[in-house]
Design a protein around this ligand. Structure first.
Ligand code: HAM
Length: 413
């Protein structure tokens, strides 16, 4: 039997309603904050991600799904930020909108070892603000993340923030780290030994307990923020405090993508396994757009992993009460009437369905029940004779005969 690719999922009816709800809530909140939707292709040139995420990023090193076509090499997008930066430059959006607030939702692809909360095709709901360096934007973006989580009815999470500083500060920090870590490198895990050579900053956020202890022993907690970055970070913190947003500062938060500068943040949920307990993350990438050939343009954003949101959203507000009207026609004549009535109901925008050719009232009622019908309309011999319909309210169980031409008015009520 043919099976789905490991690490991918079929999202079936029953689950799709939750996805729709989470998307619907997100659109509503993004629009309240005046963000507009952008949709970029699922495939991009491989070079876009190599140049944006950096050679040291695990995604670039081993997680990209590549498609070779003649002399070209494409990648299924592993994340959305690089594509949006590319779209910003390619469509000259800075010329018409030097300050842009965008949101997106859709599938991303990473060749990871599948496990709970970790997939090879997963989904992001995220946003990016392009053309803005002010710390107030960092505050807006972080508070927007909190507002979305509240709207999804998710609690039990905590937010960690840090500032990596500008490109110059990052280089300075890397030099200090190399000097401190170098003499004891052999005591670090093999991953850190590799990271040491390509991006030593990643060593300080290694999740390995042994490495964490070594970092503590080596007393590596300083950051190297220049006065401008220090002021920026202080302003972000003051803004978050003013809005009473809960957060912790961790100088060890680095993030695995090279494009970050200044503010970075991560949202961790207590109910998820420690290897994949981030429900969302983001940060500033003030040099990415210029590095990709665009204008000098500060930017910041974040993305939630939808699968992880759904794992922790225990009480996602249910979809609005089911309003389906289900028609049961008993006999050929009734069926002709039912098909016309169904067409009328739908033209009136009343959600309706029928089981087309009921074998018995009992089996048709069972199907109406399975379909989650709010009302059932029965057309049988008696109803045909009297030009009437039987209307049953499935939640109260009450049933009454009404005149056929009253049905729309009654259902509207
Ligand atoms: P990221 O941390 O790689 O950041 O991904 C964001 C979120 O996607 C994670 O916190 C996690 O919830 C979810 N996620 C990541 N990988 C998987 C996976 N294999 N299976 C399930 N969920 C996953 C980014 O991608 C950045 N582009 C975020 C950003 C936007 N930074 C600035 N703007």
């Amino acid at each position: 039997m043919l099976k789905r690719v490991p690490g991918t999922r079929d999202i079936l009816p029953g689950q799709t309603e939750l996805w729709q709800k989470i998307e619907e809530i997100s659109r509503e909140i993004f629009s309240i904050y005046n963000y507009r939707e952008i949709r970029t292709p699922l495939i991009e040139e491989e070079a876009l991600f190599n140049r944006s995420l950096g050679k040291s990023a695990e995604i670039v090193q081993k997680q990209m799904f590549l498609i070779k076509s003649d002399n070209d090499s494409y990648a299924l997008r592993p994340e959305g930020t690089a594509s949006i930066a590319r779209a910003f430059i390619e469509n000259n959006l800075d010329k018409t909108n030097p300050f842009l607030k965008l949101y997106y939702m859709g599938p991303m692809f990473r060749k990871e070892r599948p496990q709970k909360g970790r997939f090879r095709q997963f989904h992001h709901i995220g946003c990016e603000v392009l053309g803005a360096e002010d710390a107030d934007i960092d505050v807006e973006v972080i508070s927007l993340a909190g507002r979305l989580l509240k709207a999804y009815s998710i609690d039990g999470y905590h937010m960690t923030i840090n500032s990596l500083g500008c490109a110059h500060d990052k280089r300075e920090l890397a030099d200090i780290l190399r000097k401190r870590i170098g003499p004891r490198l052999s005591e670090f895990c093999p991953d850190c030994q590799t990271r040491f050579n390509i991006n030593v900053l990643r060593v300080i956020d290694c999740k390995n307990e042994g490495c964490k202890k070594l970092i503590q022993e080596l007393d590596i907690h300083e950051s190297c923020l220049c006065p401008g970055c220090k002021t920026h970070f202080n302003k972000v913190r003051e803004g978050l405090d003013a809005l009473k947003i809960d957060y912790k500062v961790s100088p060890h938060l680095v993030r695995g993508l090279d494009y970050y500068t200044r503010t970075v943040f991560e949202i961790i949920h207590k109910d998820l396994d420690s290897q994949q307990n981030a429900i969302g993350a983001g940060g500033r990438y003030d040099t990415l757009i210029r590095d990709l050939g665009g204008p000098d343009s500060g930017a910041i954003g974040f993305a939630f992993g939808v699968e992880r949101l759904l794992l922790v959203a225990k009480s996602l507000p249910a979809k609005d009460g089911q309003k389906l009207v289900y028609l049961i026609a008993l006999g050929e004549e009734a069926e002709k009437r039912s098909i016309k009535l169904l067409d009328r109901l739908r033209k009136e925008n009343i959600s309706s369905d029928s089981d087309y050719g009921a074998k018995s009232l009992k089996s048709a009622m069972r199907k109406a029940n399975d379909a989650g019908a709010r009302y059932v309309v029965i057309i049988g011999e008696d109803e045909l004779k009297k030009d009437a319909l039987t209307l049953k309210d499935m939640s109260s169980g009450l049933q009454e005969k009404i005149k056929a031409d009253e049905i729309i008015l009654r259902l509207r009520k």
